[in-house]
Design a protein around this ligand. Structure first.
Ligand code: MG
Length: 387
């Protein structure tokens, strides 16, 4: 039997996905060997992780150039460090779990170097899905989704050509049973109180506005090469059915499980193998008792309509959606705007944006930067004094 350990690097090891990935790996110590751990601002946690897991390399975030020296471990820095990790062919797989646009270039580097990517960073596909998926195809590199919905679909699909449509589930977030008026009055604390999933702050706000689901529609379009009118969203508050597919013959296959990110993370980094995982308890239909489904409210959550429109437009439209939304979410988290302003800001930026096609990576970053500055300016001039 081949007992060779799978060599893995984790970009974003100190974040929500990264720390859970290390919990999975700690349980599967005989299956994985860590080549590199890259953290962001939390140098203290990165040091703790490095001393425990003893990788060959660590990478410290761009804005925290504090000296981190551990004997026997080489320290890398910033974006260059991430790209150096992704060029190291020693890796069998790289878990890209950094948040935001920082994940894009390292993902492309990993693909160029024929390293399998476990992708937890949806911005990579929302910003540059065409480029990333084409490169993955050209280099014959697998991209395994960590995002629970896409991971579910990945598990359901045997032959994509036989699939009629994808059905993405949405928990509905903390405002599912609240009115639009409640949502307009929402505090940061209320928006961050997600009923089912424990995640980072940015994605939790996106879950409250359902923009996360919007971004996931675009992510699914790229990952599975599926037209937008064959991607449905259904609200499923229990978060037990993580997504489903309908085959052309009418058969529906869904993936179920208790809502824990450990499961999709472990699936993605272990694929195509399956190992015994971290389980709080075994799955029981009887304990769950009921599963509810309902249509999403497109009026209360305009993000879904926006995502379909923008996705169909393609080109720089999705770059604009992503950048404007992220800046708006930061402004909300910093108490500068109201939750519902996020929609208005994104809509405004999209209205003013002239879509450009056939972009290369540098042009995408250029547009991303431009939209962010415009969004910040709009927030400063139009919204801040009104709060
Ligand atoms: Mg998700």
């Amino acid at each position: 039997m081949d007992m060779k350990k799978r060599k893995i690097s984790i970009l974003g090891s100190t974040g929500s996905i990264g720390t859970q990935a290390l919990e999975v790996i700690e349980k599967l110590q005989d299956k994985f060997e860590i080549i590199a751990l890259a953290g962001g601002k939390n140098v203290e946690l990165l040091e703790k992780q490095a001393r425990k897991f003893k990788p060959k390399y660590i990478c410290v975030g761009e804005n925290s150039y504090s000296k981190l020296e551990i004997s026997g471990i080489k320290t890398l820095y910033g974006q260059e460090g991430l790209e150096e990790i992704c060029s190291n062919k020693e890796n069998d797989i790289i878990l890209v779990a950094v948040s935001g646009k920082i994940g894009l270039k390292p993902t492309l580097k990993a693909i160029e170097n024929n390293i399998t990517v476990a992708l937890a960073n949806k911005e990579t596909l929302v910003m540059a899905g065409d480029i990333v998926m084409k490169k993955a195809k050209d280099c014959n590199v697998k991209i395994i989704p960590v995002d629970s919905e896409h991971c579910a679909i990945h598990q359901c699909i045997k032959d994509i050509s036989q699939v009629e449509k994808l059905i993405i589930t949405a928990s509905g977030g903390p405002f599912l049973n609240k009115t639009t008026e409640d949502m307009k009055r929402a505090t940061v604390e209320q928006a961050l109180a997600h009923p089912r999933w424990n995640m980072g702050r940015k994605i939790t706000v996106d879950s409250a506005t359902l923009m996360n689901k919007g971004l996931e529609i675009i992510e699914a379009h790229h990952l599975f090469n599926m037209p937008y009118d064959k991607i449905d969203v259904v609200v499923h508050p229990q978060s037990i059915v993580h997504s489903a597919i309908e085959y052309k013959d009418g058969s529906v296959i869904a993936q179920l499980g208790l809502p824990s990110m450990h499961i999709p993370i472990q699936y993605a980094i272990s694929y195509p193998e399956r190992f015994e995982g971290i389980k709080s308890k075994s799955f029981s239909f009887a304990d769950i008792a009921r599963l509810d489904f309902e249509k999403p409210d497109f009026d209360k959550f305009p993000s879904l309509k926006m995502a379909y429109q923008v996705g169909k437009l393609g080109g720089s439209a999705t770059v604009c959606l992503n950048a404007a939304n992220e800046e708006a979410v930061f402004a909300f988290l910093n108490g500068k705007i109201r939750l519902y302003d996020i929609y208005q800001i994104v809509e405004n930026m999209l209205d003013r944006h002239n879509v450009i096609y056939s972009l290369d990576i540098d042009e995408i970053f250029e547009i991303d930067k431009e939209i962010r500055l415009k969004t910040q300016e709009y927030i400063r001039n139009e919204l801040v004094e009104k709060v």
